[in-house]
Design a protein around this ligand. Structure first.
Ligand SMILES: CNC(=O)c1cc(Oc2ccc(NC(=O)Nc3ccc(SCC(=O)O)c(F)c3)c(F)c2)ccn1
Length: 317
């Protein structure tokens, strides 16, 4: 990646403008901090190469590639990049800070969030689909291939932005290049991984269909607030079951009968997680089916759902 072309359109942020660093998380070989930008007077997130390890050329290039990808993929439902900090002893990309954290926490920290009203859950599913569909409609299509609730971030009003904490080489759909799969992070979860990915053969033609499988699993997780395959602890067991057609339970025990548009949502999930990639719908087809569901609600419905969360969050602090 030519840093010159990248920084000709992306701000270069001097390191001394980044203050009050707080550690957030550690990725493959990247570390994420919250920081304040002293001129812009806002919180930012910075993803740096391990500040202890010498910044290797390969790692630096990988982060540059990520900046380029994020810069090209600017969209309302993809995490926004503000710039890069490119100094000899410090190298990081600077993005917006998503103050309400990951969807994973919103779904499963039920003490903090006892009520998650349907309008907000549907808006979250719709906005994830908008983000992933945008990636798939780029030329060439940009594949996420690590969609999971930990990579879905929420801003102050609980709007969704797609993120990718993992730091590994970027993949794009290119017919020429044999598309080897992105190695799953060590200890990464496989519950969002489609069965054809368990033993990736060199030339896989249906790459965009990978994200659709992950999206279907996320749909189930949002609507049920349960962990997919929770009772099977051993990843090998999950892979075995999934290859044999086991999927999350779509009965009333997991998806309540009062789930709005239950039949349509269950059909989208079951088609989305089909074992045969070509049987899965596209994200665009999902959007077409979700749009009439969202139109049933108005802003007050969404505001009430967000208000409910903020009230209970205040109580639980
Ligand atoms: C409580 N709040 C927080 O903790 C917090 C942390 C945070 O840290 C980061 C998280 C992720 C990234 N980076 C990233 O998302 N990159 C990326 C790259 C490619 C694609 S799309 C194609 C593909 O996936 O390959 C994509 F969608 C995303 C980052 F730079 C910082 C940001 C905001 N808030």
């Amino acid at each position: 990646v030519n840093i010159g072309t990248l920084t000709s359109t992306l701000p270069v942020i001097p390191y001394q403008k980044l203050t009050d660093l707080h550690y957030l998380s550690k990725g493959g070989f990247g570390t994420v901090f919250k920081a304040q930008h002293s001129d812009w007077r806002t919180s930012v997130a910075i993803k740096c190469l391990k500040i202890d390890s010498p910044v290797g050329e390969r790692e630096r290039n990988s982060l540059l590639k990520e900046a380029e990808v994020l810069h090209k993929a600017r969209f309302n439902y993809i995490i926004q990049i503000y710039g890069v900090c490119n100094e000899p002893e410090f190298f990081c990309i600077v993005t917006e800070y998503m103050c309400n954290g990951s969807l994973d926490r919103l779904l499963h920290e039920k003490d903090s969030y006892p009520h998650l009203h349907w309008p907000l859950r549907l808006r979250i599913l719709y906005q994830i689909a908008l983000g992933v569909n945008f990636l798939h409609k780029m030329t060439p299509p940009l594949l996420h291939h690590d969609l999971k609730t930990q990579n879905i971030l929420l801003d102050g009003e609980f709007h969704v932005k797609i993120a990718d904490f993992g730091l590994s080489k970027w993949r794009q759909l290119s017919i020429s290049k044999g598309s080897g799969s992105k190695p799953t992070e060590i200890g990464g979860t496989i519950i969002y991984m489609p069965p054809e990915e368990y033993h990736p053969n060199r030339i896989r033609k249906t790459d965009v269909k990978y994200d659709m499988y992950s999206y279907a699993i996320i749909m189930w997780e949002v609507l049920s607030r349960q962990i997919p395959f929770e009772d099977t602890i051993n990843p090998m067991q999950i892979m075995f079951c999934v290859i044999n057609g086991t999927r999350p339970d779509t009965g009333a025990g997991s998806l309540p009968d009062d789930t709005p548009s239950r039949e349509t949502l269950v059909r989208l999930m079951t088609c989305g997680w089909a074992g045969e990639p070509n049987d899965r719908p596209t994200l665009l087809q999902c959007l077409m089916e979700l749009e009439p569901m969202l139109r049933r609600y108005d802003d007050i419905d969404f505001l009430e759902a967000v208000f409910e969360i903020k009230k209970s969050k205040r109580r639980s602090v």
